[in-house]
Ligand binder design. Structure first.
Ligand code: ATP
Ligand code: MG
Length: 149
């Protein structure tokens, strides 16, 4: 279905801002107005990546920049936080089911399924998900979906 990416993002970002008053959440959209996709699946991806960014950032530093960029063939969603970061040796593991990295922020209520689910959804949508991260500086998750209008 065709979704207005501005509306979609605004709705999500606003609801997260309501939920987490201390979250500095910014969204920027470049070169794209509408996208042909399933809004429920895209919403789930947003939900998981935004939740992680919040959960794995220090209390005084909860910041996330979401950037959405349209190109001829794809739409690229970047979720860049300033959180605790992920060790290089773990970057290949975090998309596995039930895989979690123990840290001060996920001692309770962490299952290790969020990223595995995101990856399943992205694969189902014929896209890709990748991550870059630096310990103590932050992480960037990049979701690329085909732009087939
Ligand atoms: P669930 O999402 O099922 O509640 P979870 O958050 O532990 O549990 P995933 O979302 O799959 O599971 O993430 C796997 C692990 O990757 C987490 O345990 C966490 O250590 C690490 N991680 C995920 N996102 C980030 C992030 N933005 N910054 C730092 N670490 C992250
Ligand atoms: Mg998670």
């Amino acid at each position: 279905e065709e979704i207005d990416i501005n509306d979609f993002v605004k709705r999500y970002i606003d609801s997260f801002k309501m939920k987490y008053a201390d979250f500095k959440l910014e969204a920027k959209i470049n070169n794209v107005d509408t996208i042909f996709t399933d809004p429920v699946l895209l919403g789930s991806i947003f939900q998981n990546l935004v939740e992680n960014a919040y959960k794995y950032s220090h209390p005084q530093k909860k910041e996330l920049n979401v950037t959405i960029t349209g190109t001829k063939k794809s739409i690229v969603f970047s979720f860049a936080d300033k959180g605790i970061g992920i060790p290089k040796s773990e970057l290949n593991n975090i998309f596995n089911k039930f895989y979690r990295i123990e840290n001060q922020y996920n001692q309770n209520g962490s299952v290790g399924l969020g990223l595995a689910f995101c990856k399943e959804l992205v694969n189902f949508m014929d896209g890709e998900i990748t991550v870059n991260s630096k310990i103590d500086q932050g992480s960037e998750f990049i979701v690329t979906l085909p732009n087939d209008n």
